[in-house]
Design a protein. Sequence first.
Lengths: 437, 437
Amino acid sequence: MNPIHADLQIDADWLLRVRPQAPLRCHSVVVTDGLIVDVLPTVEAAARYAPRRRADMTGHIVLPGLVNAHSHAAMTLMRGMADDLALQDWLQGHIWPREATHVSDAFVFDGSLLAAAEMIRGGITACCDMYFFPDATARALRQSGMRVQLGLPVLEFPSAWAPDADGYLERGLAVRDRLRDDPLISFSLAPHAPYTVGDAAFARIVTYAEELGLAIHTHLHETTDEIRDGIAAHGSRPLTRLNELGALGPAFVAIHAVHCSDEDLDLLAGHACHVVHCPGSNLKLGSGIAPVSAMLACGVNVALGTDGAASNNRLDLFEEMRTAALLAKGMAHDPTALPARQAVEMATLGGAKALGLDAIIGSLETGKSADIIAVALTSPELSPIFDPYSHLVYAAGRADVSHAWVAGDCILDNRQPTQCDLPAILRLAQYWQEKLK
Amino acid sequence: MNPIHADLQIDADWLLRVRPQAPLRCHSVVVTDGLIVDVLPTVEAAARYAPRRRADMTGHIVLPGLVNAHSHAAMTLMRGMADDLALQDWLQGHIWPREATHVSDAFVFDGSLLAAAEMIRGGITACCDMYFFPDATARALRQSGMRVQLGLPVLEFPSAWAPDADGYLERGLAVRDRLRDDPLISFSLAPHAPYTVGDAAFARIVTYAEELGLAIHTHLHETTDEIRDGIAAHGSRPLTRLNELGALGPAFVAIHAVHCSDEDLDLLAGHACHVVHCPGSNLKLGSGIAPVSAMLACGVNVALGTDGAASNNRLDLFEEMRTAALLAKGMAHDPTALPARQAVEMATLGGAKALGLDAIIGSLETGKSADIIAVALTSPELSPIFDPYSHLVYAAGRADVSHAWVAGDCILDNRQPTQCDLPAILRLAQYWQEKLK
């Protein structure tokens, strides 16, 4: 039998498909036309396939690319500008004034280039981003090789991007019309939060979401103040209000969801909603700790997000996996809570589900896109190795990511992003640093 | 005026002396005979000193070497061997049986070599280690270039190292007699915990500590079970019992101290004791979260420790700084809790104080030992930069450490440990991996 032609074969020491969960030793992933066409033992692959390229990942863990289910990419330009401050000082004294003065197509494009370099070097191959000038974010992330979901932002408040809720919707949907032919770009509607978007606008968003088949991503129950103020303004908790507006369903994604009552959990689970857990940001801003174990126990899909680098200050899903797993154990006084395998699933398949892309990415299965990363095991920090899931969550860091592919294209080669001009990006960061100071 | 001869001049873009806290730009540290002899602007250093070697740390933050105030270095060989398990399963089903079978001079030496490589690459220049065969740990860490405090272990239970409490004390003090002439080795007494060391042995340890001028390091109040069982066995909380035995004072170091009542905090503060906070280990084992902000508020010196890699699973003080700062904010719902500068101080000067070495290390001041590290700022992950303390705690990772010096000797040069044979160490890790499986 003649060997079958293929574009790429990745030979992995340890292969984690995520679904099914069991690790495989010495297996290969075969890729053609950007899709995974086979997963099989490397010794069998050698006989069956004739790949044009072969990636020898001896001494590596190979797994699905990580999915950052909540980012504000452009805010990397404000990384570390204002830390250890009360939330209102931080927003009103530092972030909002800078945004009012500086946010523009150029700011968002440059900041998103910086974010893409960081995310790619950290094994993030896809993100759902929410910010002004989403077309600039799309250009920067696609130019860098990433898959992106644009959360089209909606606020009642004017910005350089749009004057009011209708304006945001109009500009956002125009971006969608322009970019929808790129198979690596998808879209969701991103009303900023219950406290920045009124009932009428939310109702329109719900209508558009249904008509266009788009998910709704919104910041929700991030702080106790938000809930208290929401009850004062609307007579009900924000999640309850959104349910009354018809927003909840399997395409509703609650970002943060730090403060959830039992009724909130019932609503989220009953409507098959998703949660994006951002533990680093929630701790750093003093928001609190989301009840992730309870969410998982009642069947809510939980993804992981970095939030923006102005609050986190890193776009690092290795850190979020570790923080999520450790926090769940510490809060429950139970070391069996949120095991490593579940943390890895949240950062991959959980994220894919929250983005509505789990038919395409999130696990290494035949027919899915070849969005894949490799983590090098050759350092003392990762020796010895008994369980690859444990190493990813508890011992490894983003600096151990060596390779990344999106739809079969190599976008990180031995720590070097192949489509990012790092010296130019660092000059841009320096330029904005001087301007923002 | 002729320039003054010096051994080494380190030119720093950002210099963090820790004490005083204010960052300096474009300053140099001048070193002779292993000691810091001057800290001054680089432009002035150029005129005043003629150093034999010069380290150009443009694009770096230079700060004191990190002090890991609690480690079990040899346990790196059991990294990731058993995770996500209940504490008793973990100890009785996995760790203790392996220790009973395998712990030996060779195990401890090999594991400590691996730990030293990891710690040095992560900017840790000194640690206080507590394990069997402390002389093997000393050989490995000193061979690798680190400064080490040996916590001489005492337990009532037999091991390959000693048969009973008296035996541990005897062997430990013999190690001290053999090694005390090495200026980079210091000693403390390390009764394992209140529940593994009885009153008589503790009383002897207190006497030895006073006679020999040694500190006492002990695991304390790590879990609620420990306190409950302590009360059942002795009629008082473990810390109260140790106070009655005369153990508390400025040379008493409580490791973990997760569960502290107001009375416990009063005892610790009133006796000027130290706490080693190990947030990663405490979360991962489900022990809980130490009330660090309360400790700091009542004046207790708090250091940071990694604990052993079998529970953590990393010897990484960057991670502990970040976790400590984030947890304190999240628990208090206050983003101003435990600011970045305080986390860096805990990892440097706080550790030095806990080891009784703050006259020698922990800050970059004239007359102190040149135990210094440099963190490279040249990556997208650390761009832009507004505040170097913020970057160290929130954005950087151990992989950003580029250089380390101990007493003026370079032990990490551009990410390469100068005194570790990494290929040989990885082969040893592989050997023990097969043996322990």
